[in-house]
Structure formats: structure tokens, C-alpha cells
Design a binder for this molecule. Sequence first.
Ligand SMILES: [Ca+2]
Ligand SMILES: [Ca+2]
Length: 200
Amino acid sequence: MSNKNCTLALLAALALFISTSPLEAQSPLGLICDPISGSNMVHISFMDPGVFFQFDVTVNGVLTMVLPATGGIIKTLVTLPGPGGHVVCVMGIGLPTTVADCCQFVIPSTQRFVRGDANADGGINIADVVTELNLLFLGIPVLCLDASDSNDDGGIDIADPIYLVWYILGSGPPPPLPHPLCGPDPTADPLNCVSFPPCP
Ligand SMILES: [Ca+2]
Ligand SMILES: [Ca+2]
């Protein structure tokens, strides 16, 4: 075999490998989730391969709707519980085969708040650090998780009360926007802000 033929054979083998790689198995129904801006709805579409008798749709693990098999592309609107991070899964139910396909996305919260004012009392002081520690270690809930994300990294962990302590002591930077005035979160993250009384 010449070098050229050898190269062609290798390319063909590579193309075959790529086309049969497990990537396709990661999205068995080709599920696409398209959140509708400004609403708590997501448009989903997926391919019915014709081997299931129904499709169960779950939102964050809760069964939300059951769709009959149609043997083609299925599209529908799914209502979400509110802003924040969501996982929508479609499960093809058949005998004996059952497959699941999921997608994750974030619906940004529009609630205005002040970052760092974890206890939502209109000021930032050591009580907010205590609120964040109580949330973190005792699981005491807060109305606005975004306000407790002092460093705006999209999660709440020990770095947030530490960030706030340094700021209160005058040794660290202020919390990122929205701070010190009320405003919506400029960065999308899975955290939700149900209400924040100082920022109606
Ligand atoms: Ca406060
Ligand atoms: Ca954080």
C-alpha cells in the first residue's frame, strides 16, 4: 500500500471511529432545551426513535408531564418552578429499553438585591457574615441566595463569609454588583433570589 493509500485508510478509520464514538450515546434522544427569555418556560424538542411507548418529562427530578410517542420530532413547552438552575430530563419508556436524555440551564432571576446584605436588613455588617455561616453550616434558609454569594462566583461556600469579613474590616474589596445599590444579578448563575424586601 502506498503512503497516500495508507493515509486515506487511516483517515477512513478515524472517521469511522468518530462516527461510532460514545458521544452520540450521551444524547440518545437529541434533546434540545431553549429557555424562553423573560419567562419561566423552556421549549424542548427531541427525536422519538420509534421504540418507546411514552416519554416522561421531569424538571429537577419531579415528573412534570407524560408525552405519547409520535414517531418523529416532539416539541413542547415545559413550565419551570422559577428562576435558578434547572435540569430537564426526557425519559423514553419502553420494554425492555428505557433511556434518559437531560439538559441543564439557568433562568436568571430578575429580583433586585444588594450583594453582601445576606440577612436583607438594608445594611452590611457582621450579622450578614453570621447569616452566611448559618446558611452554610446549619442550613438555615435565606430568601435571597444571590445576596449571600458575596464574591459572585455563582455558588455559596466558605469563601463568601471570608470575603465579607475582609470587606467589613476594610481590608478587602467590596462585593461585586449589585452593590452597594439595589439591582438585578448581572451574571447568570443557578442561585435564586425569591425576595429582598429592601429592594422592592
Ligand atoms: Ca445585612
Ligand atoms: Ca460565592
